[in-house]
Ligand binder design. Structure first.
Ligand SMILES: [Zn+2]
Length: 76
């Protein structure tokens, strides 16, 4: 079976190819690097993961407070 290398498009064999579906380790690394670069380019998400976690936690806490206040209002 023959496949086209996703990175450079050259025909390469699937069997006996330790870098499949890429033609070489170099092309595999290029593809990995491309994915990593795109992951860093996701729009609207410039903050590091740790900051996102903290923001999510404080958002959950604020939501809980709002629900409690609503319950107080309906109870009174
Ligand atoms: Zn290649």
């Amino acid at each position: 079976m023959q496949v086209n290398c996703p990175t450079c498009g050259v025909m390469t064999t699937w069997e006996e190819n330790r870098h499949r579906p890429f033609c070489s380790e170099r092309c595999r690394m290029i593809d990995l690097g491309r994915w990593a670069t795109e992951a860093h380019r996701i729009p609207g998400d410039p903050a590091p993961e740790a900051a996102n976690e903290a923001a999510r936690e404080s958002a959950d806490a604020a939501e809980g407070d709002a629900e409690q206040r609503a319950d107080d209002r309906t109870g009174a």
